[in-house]
Design a protein around this ligand. Structure first.
Ligand SMILES: [Zn+2]
Length: 323
């Protein structure tokens, strides 16, 4: 399995892709909902990744507790299914994300990344399926209109199908897709294994699942206990560790082919939020106080290569019934 960062890939989360004012508005809508619908689970809930009930408190955001599973080290919010479901279908959020101002800003900032992604995808399908044309691609819940257009572009010679959520996979003809795309969605899955299984049902044997997610084991998330405010309820309720991610893929019938963490900004983010690092985190504080730029860049490269950055890109293959 390929673990290390592939240096031919571009950075996937540079600052330019981020629109501050739109991000603040997304967060405001989420916060308003969370404050009106606090999860009242007194119990700590089971880990959505491995099912263990042993966990410890890591951080709270808007009075919602994020816990770390003692067994698989994933970070999660103990969920209350109906509250999360309602959040995912929140009318205000849907309208905001579908608005022209949101979509146009994203297209303006991300067009190059989307083109790079399509090239990356062609390379991956050729590598693992032996072809990069005449394939059926099922894209689940992609929220960017421009990206949908870019992937669905007829020049790619792909049969492109878009559905809104994993639940919609049930209606699709079984075992038809060569590739399933599940981008930036795992983070709000209360039951990731169930969703991954329904995606598996739409894939041909040997078909590919391409997903990306934030990892609870990422350097910036653990050092800043929740990252630079960009992790928030109920948008992010499941942040698997690398090991946890491998576990849910295997439980859902997939073999992990690649996990890369091409992030380039962990050190930058941590440095900018230095005052939020625990006093007892002596090593990281020392590093940030004394290291020169070269050392910081080397450290970031080490995080990438070791899969310890918080943004992960994954390629997995549907296993044959006989394993
Ligand atoms: Zn766990």
């Amino acid at each position: 399995m390929l673990r290390a960062y592939d240096y031919t890939e571009k950075s996937l989360n540079n600052t330019y892709m981020h629109d501050d004012s739109l991000f603040r508005e997304e967060k405001r809508i989420a916060q308003e909902y969370v404050l009106m619908h606090p999860i009242k689970n007194e119990g700590k809930g089971a880990c959505p990744i491995c099912g263990s009930y042993k966990s410890r408190f890591v951080f709270a955001r808007w009075d919602i507790d994020y816990r770390m599973c003692c067994k698989c080290k994933s970070i999660y919010v103990p969920t209350q299914k109906d509250v999360i479901e309602e959040y995912l279908h929140l009318d205000e959020m849907r309208k905001f994300r579908e608005s022209d101002s949101f979509q146009e800003s994203m297209s303006f900032r991300r067009t190059r990344y989307w083109s790079d992604f399509v090239s990356w995808l062609k390379y991956r399908t050729y590598r693992y399926l032996g072809k990069n044309e005449d394939i059926t691609i099922l894209d689940i819940g992609n929220k960017y209109r421009g990206m949908v257009e870019r992937i669905g572009d007829s020049d790619n010679n792909w049969d492109y199908i878009y559905v809104e959520s994993p639940d919609d996979c049930l209606g699709k003809s079984a075992e038809n897709a060569d590739v399933v795309l599940y981008l930036n969605q795992l983070q709000h899955e209360a039951n990731p294994i169930e969703s991954l299984k329904s995606m598996g049902n739409t894939l041909k044997e040997g078909g590919l699942l391409v997903l990306n997610t934030r990892l609870g084991s990422g350097f910036d998330i653990l050092t800043l206990k929740g990252g630079a405010e960009d992790i928030f309820p109920y948008e992010h309720i499941t942040l698997p560790s690398r090991e946890g991610l491998q576990m849910i893929l295997e439980k859902s019938g997939f073999k992990l082919l690649e996990i890369t963490t091409p992030g380039t900004r962990d050190m930058d983010i941590v440095l900018k939020n230095k005052d939020r690092i625990d006093e007892e985190n002596f090593f990281v504080k020392y590093l940030l106080d004394t290291a020169d730029n070269r050392t910081l860049a080397d450290f970031q490269q080490f995080l990438q290569k070791s899969g310890l950055s918080s943004f992960a890109q994954i390629v997995a293959m549907k296993e044959s019934v006989n394993g």
